[in-house]
Design a protein around this ligand. Structure first.
Ligand code: GBH
Length: 449
């Protein structure tokens, strides 16, 4: 008997995002995105790297599809760049931009790989950024229109959709911390409004896809809620971590699942709460088919009867192990607990890990191989946690590794490598690392090997 087996229909995939891999962001009539403009401002990205070349997938997509086919990858999660299709964000359509994604989708299908499309992975048309970006509800409405158009054109072949990727990152990290595009540091009320508008965009997109799809489709989002974990697994601590999971999701998943903001959160926010109305809350909570979770680093919780809500977050000690990213603390059992809590709190019927992976200090050896045993260790432990979830009947249905390829790691530029496939940035040559070979074996065996 195999150790750690998965069901036959468990889906094994790999993920990327447009601005991180495509390159040639202005090709064929595309408009600039906010990330194009941001990364071209000196000092915003390490070494002043930009996505101008990315890993060249815009030109090399056929090679990347062959690479995935060879590895046995069953589904490709890619994102669509809004400003390639609507150069000004709204209005005029650029047919050539849409054609690129049509070609990619056809190539995937011809090679037996399912296309899973993310409609927004942070690259907002600069024309909309100039009009207030996510501070404005008009951006959410424009997103609904863009998604309606694109889904009407691709839904004959694409069944699986993510509305938005990680609302936290394109709102707080961009408008509060100023680390991501557009690089602003705004007041708490404005920031809360960007988050609400991001949720509204998600809801409008759910409705737009349902209204325009020409066949039954599967719709969700890719969310990065703080994945809480009980330090040790007693009933009391599990309950505390579950309460914390719902609390930490108060401005995104909670309203999507419950149709209203929680009283505890509105009290906490006070005057800094965003402007919203009942109709928007209905849109935000439009029914979805699954929840996608991007899981990386754990948040440890213990029960504490004296704490306000019965839980306390445990600070991480100085020497806590991490992968090659300051925030990437190792904690594989998040991949078990997050799907379990989604089921227990909101009765979520389908969960996908839409991103999990790590940066490592990869080096090509003289024999031409990249022996990333650290990434193999990281992934293997997450797969074991996933198998624990499915073996207990938790509806975890698939797994997308972040990332297929080394790529433009946002504010870290090309200095951090998250890929299972090594990219030589001089030649754009792709070389599967040991972790890609390991993943290929996991998929072939449908078990953790
Ligand atoms: C995901 O973001 C992205 O979807 C993907 O595009 C990206 O390449 C990948 O992960 C790897 O980063 O306040 O300094 O502790 C994850 C982004 C990074 C968001 C950590 C929250 C906290 C940073 N997350 N961040 S810090």
């Amino acid at each position: 008997m195999k150790a750690y087996p998965f069901a036959d229909d468990f889906l094994w995939g790999a993920a990327t995002a447009s601005y991180q891999v495509e390159g040639y962001p202005l090709a064929d009539g595309a408009g600039p995105s906010n990330w194009h403009v941001f990364s071209h401002k000196p000092g915003t990205v390490e070494n002043d790297h930009t996505g101008d070349i990315g890993v060249g997938q815009y030109k090399l997509y056929r090679d990347d599809v062959q690479l995935m086919k060879k590895l046995g990858i069953q589904a490709y999660r890619f994102s669509i760049s809004w400003s390639r299709i609507f150069p000004e964000g709204t209005g005029r359509v650029n047919e050539k931009g849409l054609q690129y994604y049509q070609n990619l989708i056809d190539e995937l299908l011809a090679n037996g790989i399912q296309p899973w499309a993310t409609m927004f992975h942070w690259d907002l048309p600069q024309a909309l950024e100039d009009k207030g970006g996510w501070r404005s509800k008009d951006t959410a409405r424009a997103f609904g229109d863009y998604v309606a158009y694109v889904s009407s054109k691709i839904s004959d072949r694409v069944k699986n959709y993510f509305t938005v990727n990680e609302i936290y990152c394109f709102t707080r990290t961009g408008y509060k911390d100023g680390i991501f595009a557009p690089g602003l540091k705004l007041d708490p009320k404005t920031v809360a409004q960007t988050v609400h508008n991001g949720c509204l965009a998600h809801g409008l997109a759910v409705q737009a896809i349902r209204a325009n799809a020409v066949q039954p489709v599967n719709i969700g989002l890719a969310e990065n809620m703080p994945p809480t974990v009980p330090v040790y697994e007693t009933e009391e601590n599990i309950a505390a971590a579950r309460t914390a999971f719902r609390h930490y999701s108060a401005d995104k998943l909670l309203p999507m699942m419950e149709g209203a903001y929680a009283d505890f959160w509105l009290e906490e926010m006070g005057d800094n709460a965003p402007e919203f109305n009942d109709e928007e809350m209905k849109i935000i909570s439009s029914p979805i088919d699954f929840v996608g979770i991007n899981v990386y680093a754990p948040v440890y919780i213990i029960a504490d009867a004296d704490a306000p809500h019965g839980f306390r977050e445990v600070p991480l000690p100085q020497g806590y192990p991490r992968m090659n990213m300051p925030w990437l603390y190792v904690g594989p059992n998040i991949t078990y607990w997050a799907p379990r809590f989604l089921k227990e709190i909101w009765d979520v019927k389908g969960v996908y890990v839409t991103e999990n992976g790590c940066a490592a200090q990869d080096k090509m050896e003289l024999d031409g191989e990249v022996y990333d045993t650290d990434r193999v260790m990281y992934l293997r432990n997450h797969f074991i946690a996933a198998q624990r979830a499915v073996s207990e009947g938790i509806p975890l249905k698939g797994y997308f590794v972040w990332s297929l390829l080394d790529n433009f790691e946002w504010a870290s530029g090309y200095n951090k490598r998250f890929g299972m496939v090594y990219v030589n940035y001089q030649t754009l040559e792709r070389t599967p690392k040991l972790s890609a070979k390991f993943y290929s074996e996991v998929i072939k065996n449908n078990a953790v090997v």
